[in-house]
Design a protein. Structure first.
Ligand code: HEM
Length: 139
């Protein structure tokens, strides 16, 4: 496959064994131009610089996402299995877990799921308990 050959020829750093390099979101954010374009998809960092001109969806959309977490846009397009396979060629490392949790996008989501929803659930349960207990006693 042509795509595979290109990936190997460029000697992708993280394709071998051993732990993958870890990057913070700040490091990724600096690579946001056609000179150097990195993006994050599902917590993994991809260097798409040499893919810009080849992307079937165009260079524009990749540059728009460069330096950022592109998971949502990548998934919204409904990329094929082939496209997902291609990701491997551009993989350069993982996102630092702490820097990822500082990402305003994900941390807002984490806040809702880890705190607000359980607190709300507990409140509803508490109210229901009170309501039924009081009701039960009075009748
Ligand atoms: C390294 C990451 C990416 C790879 C390897 C990739 C690969 C591909 C491939 C192979 C296609 C052809 C259709 C398919 O097979 O699904 C495609 C289409 C497309 N991609 Fe990407 N893509 C990447 C990231 C993105 C991102 C971040 C966006 C942001 C919006 C995007 C937007 C699109 C669009 C709009 C199309 C055209 C869909 C169409 O015409 O039907 N892609 N991509």
């Amino acid at each position: 496959m042509e795509g595979g050959r290109r990936g190997e020829a460029a000697g992708t750093t993280a394709s071998g064994d051993g732990p993958a390099p870890v990057f913070t979101l700040e490091e990724v954010a600096k690579r946001n131009s056609s000179r150097e374009a990195w993006l994050v998809i599902h917590g993994r960092v991809y260097d798409v610089t040499r893919f810009l001109a080849e992307h079937p969806g165009g260079e524009e959309v990749l540059l728009e996402q460069a330096g950022k977490d592109a998971t949502e846009s990548f998934e919204d397009v409904g990329h094929s299995t082939d496209a997902r396979e291609m990701l491997k060629q551009y993989f350069i490392g993982e996102v630092h877990p702490v820097s990822a949790s500082c990402n305003p996008q994900t941390s807002t989501k984490a806040f809702w799921s880890t705190w607000l929803i359980p607190i709300f659930g507990a409140l509803v349960l508490g109210l229901m308990y009170r309501y039924y207990m009081v009701d039960g006693k009075s009748s």
